[in-house]
Design a protein around this ligand. Sequence first.
Ligand code: SAH
Length: 248
Amino acid sequence: MTRRRWIADTWTDDSATVTGTQASHLARVLRVRVGQEFDIVAGGIARRGVVDLASADCVRFRLLETIASEAALPLTCLLSVFKFDRYEWAVEKLTELGVAVIIPIVAQRTEKHLAQAAATRVERWRRIAREATQQARRTDVPEITDPVRLESIASPAPGALRLLLSEVEEDRTLWSALASHATPAAQIAIGPIGGWTEAELQWFDRNQWLPVSLGPRILRAETAAIATASVLAAWMESHRAATGDSAS
Ligand code: SAH
């Protein structure tokens, strides 16, 4: 059985420590003892760890062999900022599904108070991603960048498919865009409740993003994000299975 993984707060070549809520959970709930073994993720690599020091605010492990683990999906999500309770849910689910990077976008039509508060919310989103990483037994915590405006995003890696999820696109479906693309790496962009402005749509167009539809229904942003990530995860995993390219 795959065991829950603990994510090291600090580590060296042969030792790692967890602090804060992870340490108190280990100490108070699991009653951790010196000599017990756990799976520890240190610097994105999962290893077997033996407890050699345990207290309620710090648990230290001696690191042993590496454990085979899955790489994140080569999937980046540009996720416009929307109501925080729903946003947190989206961050958690995108993490479970395997996304590598989430870029919170402050869109021109993002509500003002959300746009202002986003910069201080990002730490909380990172914590949620970290907890979901453990729960999903991922090795690598997805990167959540500071909230940015579209214009400040650098061009993505060549070859990555850029998909602009659009509720007004009538011709191209998500599925058809995938069927005609060989490289299983992608960026997806999910718009704000009020939609993108004309200037933002021009930015996407200049940067070769393909508008794609999930069908004629208007989905909430978080539904569109999870649905798209699910389809892409299935696509990427089937590609990995076909090419035997899985462990990192
Ligand atoms: N302004 C719209 C709703 C935007 S929904 C309105 O109320 O009419 C928020 C985001 O979800 C959109 O920007 C888009 O990225 C995504 N989305 C919603 N429904 C979609 C669909 N059917 N296909 C593709 N993307 C969709």
